[in-house]
Each structure stands twice: as C-alpha cells, then as structure tokens.
Design a binder for this molecule. Structure first.
Ligand code: XUL
Ligand code: CO
Length: 442
C-alpha cells in the first residue's frame, strides 16, 4: 500500500514552539522548558523525555457518557480507512515535531483500524507502521513505548489475560505478539501492560486465583517472546485500581510488586505510574513513585492529574507545580528516568475542542514539569531537606540501631539495652517547618 502525505500542514499557523523565558506572554512558547539547558549535569530534554500519547491527542474526540464528540480535527474524516489513519500519522508527527517532544506512545488500535480478522487487522497495522517508520526517520522522534489495546473490543468484555474464556486469552496473546513485534520494529524503548479489564465486576462469577495465575502465564509468555525476538526495551506494568472494572488486579504499585514477586516476574517488569491512577487508589503520585523506587522498579510515568472533586479518571494535563516538584524530587533521588519518560497520558477538556488547544495543553504540561525539575534540583542543592531526613534516622548509624540494621541483634539484647537506658527520648518530625521550607522554593 502506498503511504500518502497530507497535502497541507494541519497546523499551518503554528511554528516550532520555542523557549522564550518566564517573562514571555506568548501562549505558544515555553516559559520554563528549555530543552538544552542543563540541570544537575543533564539537559532538561534528557531528564524529562517528554512523550505525546496517540490515543488522547490524535484519537480523542471529546465524547463523554452524556454527550457526543465535540473535537474539531479538520485533517480527520473520522472513518476507519487506512488512508485516514495514514494521514493522521503525518499530522501527529507534525504536531510532535512542532512541540519539540522527543517521544510518542501508542496502542495498536489507536494507530490502525481493527478489521474483521486478525490477518486483516495485522495488515492494516503494517500499513501504518510503514508510515510511522518514515516519520520517525524524518523527524528523529522515537517511540517511548507501544502497547496493545486489550479492552475496547467486545471480545474482551470479561478481560483479556484474565478472561474466563481461553479462546479470548489466546486472541489477546496473538494481539500482544504482533504489538510487541511492531514496537520492536519501531525501536520502541519500552512496552506497557496496562490491565484494561484485568479485574472483575462481581466476585459471584469470578475465580480470582485462576485469573491471577493466567495473568502471570500471559506475562511469562510475553517475557519469553521478548527474548526470542531480541526486543531489548523495558517491560512495564501500569497500576490502576478501578475503571473500567470495579477492581483491577494491578491496583497500585505495592499490589503490582507483590504480584510480580509472587509469580517470579519481578526481574522482568518495572512500573509505569500514572498520577490519576495513584489518586484513584487513594495515594499520592509521590507515594507510588517512592514505593516503586524502593523496589528498584521505577520505570516511567504517565503524567496527568485527576480532579479530586470528581473522583474518576479525568486525565487532565498536569499544571500543579507542587505535584511536579514532588514527582521530580523522587525521580531525581531514584537516579532519573532511564528508558522511561514523562508521557502525557492526558486529554484536553471536551470544551477545548480546537486544534490549538492541543498545543496549549502540552506546552503547559511541559512547562509545569520543567519548573518541577528546576525546583527539585534547587531543593536538592540547598540540602536542608536531605540533611533533616538523614539526621532524623541518625540513631540507626551507631549502637543498637546499627546492630539491628546489620542483623546482629535480638529481642533479648534490645531488652537489655532498654533496661539500661530507660524511656527513649523523642524529637519533633517538624512537618510544618519542612512544608514551609519547600514553599521557599515554589
Ligand atoms: C488508562 C491508561 C492507559 C494506559 C495504556 O487509564 O492509562 O491508556 O496508559 O494502556
Ligand atoms: Co496511562
């Protein structure tokens, strides 16, 4: 199939977005994201590794449970034709190139239409991968991660890898096999497993243990196939507690890590953490990042934010500097993102229906993270926060603390210690003092 080019630019009035500094009043310029500026010895581009998602940005149409699509996308005829999908690829790369993001991410079904049979569907995907490859080569934009959509098609109504139907499980495996192959072909730096419907709506019809065993079998087969095709990218599992199911098995970072350890998968997958999923689980994003970092499993982030007053997965663009500062403090402490990136799994509001809104949204998110990075680096350079935390645990550096940490203690020894020293003396946690300290930098 011939790959077609768009005849005209989709965003003709927009030039490449450039850095103009904090004083700029230009809404189509960066005020803080300066790609080549160095922070802690690395450029902002290397630290942040921004990525644009195909699903929200190029397939989202602003429909919700109550209303029809609102989005105006003049380049898209909204048909399921391969030609339309190919034209959309050109537009996507025009957008990402003008924005200056180095990466993108997709589900197989975002980029290419599903057909009546697996063979036809894979043929459609190949026709799109050809154009994606051309555009990656033309622009230097790379694939952060690929994934398979195992939740939209009706066949996955009971789940995919956790379906009660073994044939559906097999279909999911066939789909993932192909999605991994194209991710590999496009030199993707990672591959994500988000358990779209891997959970349950009611326990009355669910054999939980069997479903979890199947999920593990599925991931082990993916690990084996990864080896077989020589795909060197990182595998990630993305936690989310609910939506679309009532309970998703990969409910949060801790649950995912427990599952990975229980089934001998810990060495094969890291975590892709998303802010709105963290808050749906009743956690902060910083909590999820800390849990992952402590297990050496911090892989990548889906950068967005929820609306705590609404309580569902609103996937808004992150603009809160406090949030981005917290994210970047933990990410820097953990040694930075390696194969992962800051992937905007976020969508413009239904009311923001014009193409330019896509630019405003991403520019805002990138600037918010650039500020978070600079603030986090300043807090680290100042050193007072780190020093406080270190001192808070200083009793563990010597004496009984040291003995416990090095495994040389016992209940009897510790009883002797207390009989000798009496009631322990405590000291303040200084939460308010530290909150004020953080605000000095924001
Ligand atoms: C859904 C979600 C997904 C994953 C990829 O809430 O976050 O888009 O990021 O499947
Ligand atoms: Co996500």
């Amino acid at each position: 199939m011939n790959s077609i080019k768009t005849t005209a630019a989709a965003f003709p009035a927009i030039k490449k977005i450039s850095y103009e500094g904090p004083k700029s009043k230009n809404p189509l310029a960066f005020k803080h994201y300066n790609a080549k500026e160095k922070v802690e010895g690395k450029t902002m581009e290397e630290h942040l590794r921004f990525s644009v998602v195909y699903w929200h940005t190029f397939r989202g149409r602003g429909a919700d449970m109550f209303g029809m699509p609102t989005a105006c996308r003049p380049w898209d005829d909204f048909s399921d034709s391969v030609e339309n999908a190919q034209r959309r690829v050109r537009v996507a790369f025009e957008f990402i190139e003008k924005l200056g993001a180095p990466f993108y991410a997709f589900h197989d079904r975002d980029v290419a239409p599903e057909a009546a049979t697996l063979v036809e569907t894979n043929k459609n995907l190949d026709a799109i991968v050809k154009v994606l490859k051309e555009e990656q080569k033309r622009t230097g934009i790379n694939l952060l991660w690929g994934t398979a959509c195992l939740f939209a098609h009706p066949r996955y109504m009971h789940g995919a890898a956790t379906s009660c139907n073994a044939d559906v499980f097999a279909y999911a495996c066939a789909q993932v096999k192909k999605a991994m192959e194209v991710t590999h072909e496009l030199k993707g730096e990672g591959y994500v497993f988000w358990g779209g419907r891997e959970g349950y709506s009611t326990l009355w019809n669910t054999d939980m243990k069997r479903e979890l065993d199947h999920l593990a079998k599925f991931l082990h087969m993916a690990v084996a196939y990864k080896k077989k095709i020589g795909f060197k990218g990182e595998f990630y599992i993305e936690p989310k507690p609910k939506e679309p199911t009532k309970h998703q098995y990969d409910s949060d970072a801790a649950a995912c890590l427990n599952f990975l350890r229980e089934y001998g998968l810990k060495d094969h997958l890291k975590l892709n953490l998303e802010t709105n999923h963290a808050t749906l689980a009743g956690h902060t994003m910083q909590h999820e990042l800390e849990v992952a970092a402590a297990a050496n499993a911090l892989g990548s982030i889906d950068a967005n934010t929820g609306d705590l007053l609404l309580g569902w997965d609103t996937d808004q663009f992150p603009t809160d500097i406090y949030l981005t500062t917290q994210c970047m403090l933990t990410i820097l402490k953990a040694g930075g993102l390696k194969t992962g990136g800051v992937n905007f799994d976020a969508k413009v509001r239904r009311e923001s229906f014009e193409p330019n809104d896509l630019f405003y949204a991403h520019i805002g998110g990138m600037d918010a993270f650039a500020r978070g990075l600079k603030i986090a680096a300043a807090i680290r350079k100042d050193g007072r926060l780190e020093k406080f935390v270190k001192e808070r645990y200083s009793s563990w550096n010597t004496g009984v603390g040291k003995e416990v940490e090095s495994g040389k203690s016992s209940l009897e020894k510790l009883e002797q210690h207390i009989l000798k020293t009496g009631e322990p003396k405590n000291f303040s946690g200084r939460q308010e003092f530290l909150e004020n300290l953080i605000n000095e930098f924001i």
